[in-house]
Design a protein around this ligand. Structure first.
Ligand SMILES: [Mn+2]
Length: 342
C-alpha cells in the first residue's frame, strides 16, 4: 500500500515517470494524479498550442487540493534536459527566473509529475519576452453578476471585435468568467497592449453601461457588473491557459468555446472528466488562433483620444514584477489570484 507504484507514460518520443499515480488530487470527485495526466494527454494538441514557447508559471498542489498551493515561477529542479525554459528578468528586484517553456506534450506531463494542476502562461513567447503576441480580454463578473451578464458582455466584445476586423477566440475561465484571446503582432510593449485593452473595454462599457465596468477600484464597481480586466495584459500578469485544469474541487477546465455556444454553455459542465470527449469530437476550437495576427493601431488611437478627453479616468500603472519579488508582494498577488477562482 505504501509503495510508490509509479507508472511510465509514453509521450511522443519521451518516457515520463509518474510517481504516486493513485494520489487523490480532487477529493470530492476522487480524481487522481494519473487521471490528471490522462486528461492532459487527451487534450495534448490543445494544451501545447496554448502554451507553446510561452514562459509559464505553474500552480502546483504537492498534496493534491487538500494541501497547500504553490505558485511556481522557477522550473522545479531535477528536470530532464528536454524540458525547456526561458529566462525572465525582474529588474525591480534584480532577479531572474527560468520558467517552463513548453514545446512538446511530454513537458506538460513532466509538469504534472511535478504536481502541477494549473498552467499560467505569459502573453509573450520566448523570441521576444517584452512584446506580447496575445491580447487577453478577461471578463470578470462581480460577486453579484450572473453568467447571463457575462454572456452579454462577451457578445458586446464580439461586436466591437467584428467592427475592428479582428478574430477573437473565447474560452471559459474555469471559474465564473470568460476570456477572449486575440493574436496580435508582437510590435507593442506591455504598456501599449494594456492601453489598447483599456480603450477596447471602455468601448464595450459605453455600449453596455448596465452590464460592463472598467472602474479601477473594486470598491467603486457595481458588484452586479462584469469587469473587463485590462490589467491582465500587464507584464507578469498571467491567467490559466486554454485546457488548463483549475485547482478547484469540481476540476473545471478553461475550455475553448465558439461565440455561438456562449448563450448555451454552463462553464461548470467542462471538467477534467468531460472535456476529453468534447475535444475528441470537436478538436481544438482554437486551432486557427495562430493563423492571423492583428494590429493595435485603431485601439491605440482610441486610447489616445480617451486619455485626452477623460484624463481623470486614466488608471494608475499596474502592479509589476510581483511574483518574483519579496514575499509580501508574492502573498498579495496570491490573494489576488485566488479571488479569480470560485
Ligand atoms: Mn478573470
Amino acid at each position: 500500500m505504501a509503495t510508490d507504484n509509479a507508472v511510465e507514460l509514453e509521450v511522443g518520443t519521451r518516457t515520463v515517470r509518474l510517481s504516486s499515480p493513485d494520489r487523490v488530487y480532487f477529493p470530492e470527485r476522487g480524481w487522481t494524479k494519473l487521471d490528471l495526466a490522462r486528461y492532459y494527454l487527451a487534450v495534448g494538441d490543445g494544451i501545447v498550442r496554448a502554451l507553446r514557447e510561452r514562459p509559464t508559471m505553474l500552480h502546483r498542489f504537492p498534496k493534491g487540493l487538500a494541501g497547500p498551493k504553490v505558485h511556481q515561477k522557477r522550473l522545479p529542479s531535477g528536470a530532464p534536459d528536454w524540458v525547456e525554459t526561458v529566462e525572465l528578468s525582474f529588474p525591480r528586484y534584480g532577479l531572474t527566473a527560468d520558467e517552463l517553456c513548453v514545446t512538446e506534450l511530454a513537458q506538460v506531463i513532466w509538469a504534472v509529475q511535478m504536481t502541477t494542476v494549473e498552467f499560467h502562461p505569459w502573453n509573450v513567447r520566448r523570441g521576444d519576452v517584452d512584446r506580447p503576441d496575445e491580447w487577453r480580454i478577461d471578463l470578470d463578473p462581480g460577486p453579484k453578476a450572473g453568467f447571463d451578464r457575462v454572456r452579454r458582455a462577451a457578445h458586446g466584445a464580439q461586436e466591437v471585435l467584428g467592427e475592428l476586423g479582428m478574430t477573437g477566440y473565447p474560452k471559459t475561465s474555469g471559474g465564473n468568467g470568460l476570456h477572449i484571446y486575440v493574436r496580435i503582432r508582437p510590435d507593442w510593449t506591455f504598456e501599449d497592449v494594456r492601453r489598447a485593452a483599456l480603450a477596447f473595454a471602455r468601448e464595450v462599457e459605453r455600449r453596455l453601461p448596465g452590464d460592463v465596468t472598467t472602474t479601477w477600484w473594486r470598491k467603486d464597481r457595481d458588484p452586479a457588473h462584469v469587469f473587463l480586466d485590462y490589467n491582465q495584459n500587464a507584464r507578469d500578469h498571467t491567467i490559466a491557459s486554454a485546457y488548463s485544469v483549475r485547482g478547484v474541487a469540481e476540476g473545471t477546465v478553461s475550455t475553448p468555446i465558439t461565440f455561438d455556444e456562449i448563450d448555451a454553455v454552463d462553464p461548470r459542465d467542462f471538467t477534467l472528466a468531460t472535456v476529453p470527449a468534447r475535444f475528441a469530437e470537436l478538436g481544438d476550437l482554437h486551432a486557427a488562433i495562430d493563423d492571423e495576427a492583428f494590429g493595435l493601431e485603431t485601439l491605440l488611437a482610441w486610447a489616445a483620444r480617451d486619455e485626452r478627453d477623460e484624463p481623470d479616468r486614466v488608471p494608475p500603472p499596474p502592479r509589476e514584477d510581483g511574483g518574483a519579488g519579496p514575499a509580501k508582494t508574492r502573498q498579495q498577488q496570491g490573494r489576488h489570484r485566488r479571488k479569480e477562482t470560485p
